[in-house]
Design a protein around this ligand. Structure first.
Ligand code: BGC
Ligand code: BGC
Length: 839
């Protein structure tokens, strides 16, 4: 704890475990221990001969054009023509002319223009039509009006590979309706630490379920046999190879420390089945295995994936992930290519990369055979997908067909998927199914919010900026409940805050996490952060009023919500159901006569935590101690009583008020993160995090008095970056204006540029603490700044969401262990250079 700790203790150990991992050589891979797979898609000698012919006629520039994939926003049709670009993607939330309501016609006009440029070859160049790629990860989710299926975590609960195949088919048709060829799905991560922000993209913590679904989704998206990559199907992508769900601390883009055998058996489980089912593309992961970035791992990319699994399609990169390899930048990375990457995912810096690749082939840094191999794989997939024959995207079958996008038949599959993904955790009083002929109150912020129910990767990358008007044809959970109640002659009342005038016969409260994607969803623990108190208050009040109440949790991961489970009569985990909210009413409400229309069949595909701090919690673990085990899920008629569950506070919530960081852990809802312009909020989870690109800031956990009770923040001087303590729930510090913000730190390397200390809410007030830091002793010490200095600098102390932000540009190294508000002391004064503007 902060107060009373002897300063200057335990300093000796600090420099021992430095993160030199990124410099280490690639750990040895033993290909012989990996399974051998073989694709159902046979080699086609005729196509290979056509490829020989094309390769013989292509210049190095033309070949290189095939191996880089820019993003729509940063490449023009003219560029495609000039640089012989072979494919373009639209990234998460990237839509024609920034219009998220773009129509199929708008999309097709765009795609046509690029396609035309790719075949406009009067200059004697080889004519190779381009491919278009998109992230259709839960339906064609970047597109207005598309069907949104439940995210993978919900599909895992359904335990139904046939359903997965049908979702793949429906999704492929919606992608085809936009004239696109290729989807970056399915994600085959086996998420083992649910603090990971992409847990919801994972089907299950159990490798066997992921393997089963890998096969089903690849067949669904790509078709098989006669239907393989026909006009109803698209190229699928198994991602992110390899180990993305098993990183240390659940950190996105982190390091997987498993042994090679464990990597094979857990993270690797989905890949041999995906390759066997004929998957035509694999996306390499941002993450590392034992310190080596996957994009640099020749062992895993070339020897295991292409060698053992026999993968003969396109090994594609993730978004600038190659640029994270030591020695690489986004525009220059022969290492990844030589390790086996066939196509770079290089959204913006593709021109520079094109030039460098050409030069590197010319000077022998990249062997010509490697380039030819990569191009051969790309052309092979293009032949298999009929890219040479299909013609203009808008003229293909299904293109622009508004009856396919968001088709009723597709929505029916999504609704079925919602029904099957629901997991009934508790129904002690037998409240569910609810009689629809009575008076039902539907409460909670999630009830009538399709964006919230759909999560990240929905119309935008984070999915956090949508309203119901953004989802034509969709049904919110509330609308589904209302329709069924009204059809049965009952009364349904929507009340987001849970208040009512006439007492209802029953209530359903819908609440949970707000949308997030990728690293922005990384969390320090499994506590519910959004609407936690609000939803609990609602449940407790309804209980007090004697209203039988069911709780429906919307979330991208299992969460510790025992107080909510205790306060509700029934509890349903609904995951991220998507656009067909009526699937909830199908199961939760009875037929007018009283019997259920549909039973619950969903079973947990992730173990449910007993405490918020149960980070990695997986079936089969030693000492496995879940609240609800993997496979749990009640049905109507089960007489299982859950009773009262034990309630614990998360470590971060148990701290005394005014404490923001205690022994290196965020407290009172505050969590430590780092950021820079490119990625403003990267959660401090695991042992080491760094800003992307040139790693302007790295944050590493260190031992002060105890294991990992402090952090070492090192600014390298390559750009502005910050460490901060943030919360989603604003706190009111206006009553504490006599207190001082006290930061316990040790300055290992004094600042060489200016350092700003910020505090505030939507507006951050900053104070220049350069001189203060320059003057501290070299041992552990405290930096004390009266709160009123921030107030003077413009901070609104009544709604503070950032309790500390240390912003620096020049090199500096600080160890940090505790941050808290403490009683102002006599010597506390505002630093001389205060009142600076927001950085
Ligand atoms: C994600 C991938 C995605 C890609 C393209 C990356 O940031 O990690 O899952 O397919 O972007 O948008
Ligand atoms: C995502 C993209 C997204 C971009 C925004 C990437 O990591 O994968 O799809 O558009 O970030 O910066």
């Amino acid at each position: 704890m902060f107060v009373g700790r002897a300063l200057g203790f335990g300093v000796g150990l600090l420099l021992l475990s430095t993160g030199l991992a990124s410099l280490a050589a690639e750990p040895p891979i033993h290909p012989e221990i990996w399974p051998v797979a073989s694709s159902v898609v046979p080699p086609d000698p005729a196509a290979e001969r056509r490829i020989d012919d094309l390769l013989a006629r292509m210049s190095i520039e033309e070949k290189v054009g095939q191996v880089i994939q820019p993003e729509m926003k940063s490449v023009t049709p003219d560029d495609v023509r000039t640089y012989h670009i072979g494919s373009v993607e639209n990234g998460g939330g990237s839509v024609p002319d920034g219009n998220k309501h773009a129509s199929p016609a708008d999309w097709l006009e765009k795609i046509d223009a690029y396609w035309r440029a790719s075949v406009d070859r009067e200059d004697g160049h080889v004519r190779i039509p381009m491919m278009w790629a998109t992230d259709a990860v839960h339906g064609h989710n970047n597109v207005y009006g598309a069907t949104l299926f439940p995210h993978n975590i919900g599909l895992g609960a359904a335990r139904d590979p046939d359903l997965i195949r049908r979702i793949g088919e429906a999704t492929a048709r919606e992608v085809r309706a936009l004239g696109m060829d290729w989807s970056f799905a399915p994600t085959l991560a086996v998420a083992r630490d649910d603090r990971w922000g992409r847990t919801y993209e994972s089907y299950a913590e159990a490798p066997d379920l992921v393997a089963l679904y890998a096969d089903a989704m690849v067949r669904g998206l790509q078709g098989e046999g006669e239907t393989f990559l026909d006009q109803d199907h698209v190229v699928a992508t198994a991602k992110h190879y390899l180990g993305d769900g098993g990183t240390d601390g659940g950190r996105d883009q982190g390091d997987n420390l498993a042994s090679e055998e464990r990597l094979r058996d857990v993270a690797g489980a989905g890949y041999p089945p995906a390759v066997s089912a004929g998957v035509q593309s694999v996306m390499a992961s941002f993450s590392s295995w034992q310190g080596t970035k996957l994009h640099a791992s020749e062992g895993l990319l070339t020897h295991v994936l292409k060698g053992r699994f026999g993968f003969d399609g396109i090994l594609f990169g993730d978004w600038n992930a190659h640029g994270q390899i030591p020695g690489c930048t986004n525009g220059d990375c022969p290492i990844a290519f030589n390790a086996g990457l066939d196509m770079f995912n290089v959204p913006e810096d593709w021109k520079e990369l094109h030039g460098n690749l050409v030069a590197q082939v010319q000077d022998g840094t990249i062997p010509m055979e490697r380039l030819d191999d990569a191009v051969r794989r790309i052309l092979r997939v293009k032949f298999r997908a009929g890219i040479f024959e299909q013609g203009l995207p808008s003229k293909r079958p299904h293109a622009g067909d508004e009856d396919i996008l968001g088709a009723l038949a597709h929505r029916a599959i999504a609704r079925e998927a919602v029904r099957k993904s629901l997991v009934l955790l508790k129904n002690d009083a037998g409240l569910l199914p609810i009689d629809p002929t009575r008076r039902l109150l539907v409460a909670g912020a999630g009830a009538d919010d399709i964006g919230k129910a759909s999560g990240g990767w929905t119309l935008s990358w984070q999915g956090d900026d949508n309203t119901n008007a953004d989802f034509p044809g969709a049904t919110s959970i509330w609308a589904g409940l209302r329709d069924k109640v009204e059809a049965a002659g009952g009364t349904a009342i929507l009340s987001p805050d849970g208040r009512f005038e006439n007492k209802p016969d029953a209530a359903i409260v819908v609440f949970g996490e707000d949308p997030y994607a990728e690293y922005q969803g990384d969390r320090a623990d499994l506590a519910l952060r959004t609407e936690n108190e609000e939803s609990l208050r609602m449940l407790l009040e309804l209980r007090e009023e004697g209203v039988p109440t069911a709780a429906v949790l919307i979330s991208g991961r299992p969460l510790y919500v025992n107080p909510h489970i205790n306060a509700a009569d029934a509890f349903v985990a609904a995951w991220l159901p998507g656009s067909e909210g009526a699937g909830i009413a199908d199961v939760l409400l009875a037929k007018p006569g009283g019997a259920a229309d549909f039973d619950f069949t969903g079973k947990l595909s992730f173990s449910w935590p007993r405490r918020p701090d149960q980070g990695p919690l997986n079936v089969g673990d030693d000492g496995y101690d879940p609240q609800f085990a993997y496979g749990y899920g009640l049905r109507y008629g089960d007489d299982m009583m859950v009773g009262t569950l034990e309630e614990t506070k998360s470590a971060t919530e148990a701290a005394p008020p005014g404490v923001f960081l205690a022994d290196g852990r965020g407290a009172n809802g505050f969590a430590l993160s780092i950021g820079d312009e490119q990625a403003p909020k990267i959660a401090a989870v695991g042992k080491r995090v760094a800003t992307y690109g040139s790693e302007s800031l790295t944050l590493r956990s260190i031992d002060r008095d105890r294991q990992e009770d402090a952090w070492l923040a090192r600014w390298s001087g390559t750009g502005a970056a910050w460490v901060e303590l943030l919360t989603d729930r604003p706190v009111d510090l206006s009553g504490d204006s006599e207190a001082s913000l006290v930061i316990e730190l040790r300055a290992d390397q004094k600042p060489s540029g200016s350092v700003l200390l910020g505090l505030g809410g939507t507006e951050l007030a900053t104070i220049d603490v350069t001189d203060m830091l320059a003057a501290v002793p070299s041992d552990w010490t405290t930096l004390r700044v009266p709160l009123r200095c921030f107030e003077t600098a413009g901070a609104d102390l009544s709604a503070v969401t950032a309790a500390m932000r240390l912003h620096a540009e020049g090199p500096m190294t600080l160890a940090l262990s505790d941050v808290a508000l403490m009683k102002g002391a006599a010597g506390d004064a505002c630093p001389s250079r205060s009142g600076q503007e927001t950085p």
